[in-house]
Design a protein around this ligand. Structure first.
Ligand SMILES: Cc1cc2nc3c(=O)[nH]c(=O)nc-3n(C[C@H](O)[C@H](O)[C@H](O)COP(=O)(O)OP(=O)(O)OC[C@H]3O[C@@H](n4cnc5c(N)ncnc54)[C@H](O)[C@@H]3O)c2cc1C
Length: 327
């Protein structure tokens, strides 16, 4: 169901994944008018279930979003299927433009648009993402335990990933590819833990019967593997914020680009808040949702302060101010 979009809201939430819907739920329960505008492509959509989420362990990503949309609507929030293409400041608030040309005004913006996982350009790889090509041991480690796993070197964190996945399987191969070559000390650690190292360039992922079956190297050799691990470069989806003067910056970890914010989600542009993967690249579902609750509470507090200032001004300017009893 697509809700009717009104002209104006207290808060427009851009992005309706775990973060956006949690923020909107908090705002709706705070009696704020709120619209969630969502393009409908949460990052974990290819996965069969959401893991490590207390109370909802294993729920399908689409079911979690659908239930969240229902909870937001229960408190009067609108959920609109659309993509935001730009946002500009108008007076004290913002005007947001959607891809279909509609516009909507908001006093505050909560941006929860998540990120894009940029995978290495290796034939056969992308199609397996979220199934037998995984990145996060806490999301998928249990599901791939004791399988023949290959970790594909893609960036500075690849050796860290190798060390982590050893907790879930003893049958582990590190394909250096474009990742770091182990130092002498690291090579000793890998050998001590029974982890094989393959230095040849990876040119393709082999599949059989809709499953990964191996990794093909430049010299033609195929190393049999059932599961691959690859770290993607993570880039926040935030192009529509450019006109507001907000753009992505390199994350200190070297793992990607994000929108910088303080611990409550406040950005350098007054009135624009961020939560979830758009700012915290490594947040899982629970952390993304929790961060948006914090941001929503801060937004509500800021709106209350603004409304109190306006009320005081009106009170002082009124011809015969009502006496306020002071005990
Ligand atoms: C394959 C995979 C499996 C995962 N498994 C797990 C797991 O088991 N457990 C776990 O805790 N975490 C898991 N994660 C991490 C999880 O996906 C993130 O923690 C979570 O999606 C972050 O929520 P978010 O709301 O910040 O972003 P998202 O869930 O990505 O939601 C962002 C939303 O914003 C929308 N959007 C983007 N741009 C616009 C725009 N311009 N206008 C309107 N809407 C827009 C998107 O379409 C999307 O619906 C997994 C990640 C991947 C990649």
């Amino acid at each position: 169901m697509t809700d009717q979009l009104r002209d104006e809201y207290d808060v427009v939430v851009v992005g309706g994944g775990a973060a956006g819907l949690s923020g909107a739920l908090t705002l709706g329960r705070a009696r704020r008018s709120v619209a969630v505008i969502d393009a409908g492509a949460p990052r974990n959509a290819p996965a069969e279930g959401v893991h490590g989420l207390l109370g909802r362990e294993g729920i399908a990503p689409a079911d979690l979003v659908e239930q969240g949309r229902g909870e937001v609507r229960r408190y009067g929030g609108h959920v609109v299927d659309a993509t935001v293409t730009s946002a500009v400041r108008v007076g004290d608030g913002f005007e947001v433009t959607l891809a279909d040309g509609r516009t909507v005004r908001a006093r505050r913006l909560l941006v929860t648009t998540g990120l894009v996982d940029q995978l290495p350009d290796i034939p056969g790889l992308r199609e397996r993402w979220g199934r037998d090509l995984v990145h996060c041991p806490y999301c998928h480690g249990w599901e791939v335990r004791d399988r023949a796993i290959g970790v594909l070197g893609t960036g500075p964190m690849s050796l860290h990933q190798v060390g982590l996945f050893r907790q879930w399987s003893a049958d582990l191969t590190y394909f250096v590819h474009t990742g770091p070559m182990p130092s002498a000390e690291q090579a000793e650690e890998l050998a001590a833990r029974g982890i094989r190292v393959v230095t040849g360039e990876v040119v393709a992922v082999e599949t059989t019967a809709d499953r990964i079956s191996g990794v093909r190297l430049r010299d033609g050799a195929v190393v049999a593997r059932e599961v691959l691990v690859a770290g993607a470069r993570m880039v926040a989806r935030a192009g529509f914020l450019t006109e507001l003067g907000l753009s992505v910056v390199e994350h200190v970890s070297g793992m990607g680009e994000h929108i910088a914010a303080d611990p409550t989600g406040r950005t350098e542009v007054p009135g624009v808040w961020v939560a979830g993967n758009v700012t915290d690249l490594t947040a899982q579902v629970g952390a993304a949702a929790a961060a948006a609750v914090v941001a929503a509470a801060q937004i509500n507090a800021e709106l209350i302060a603004e409304e109190t200032r306006a009320a005081v001004e009106e009170y002082r300017n009124s011809a015969r101010p009502e006496a306020v009893p002071v005990s």
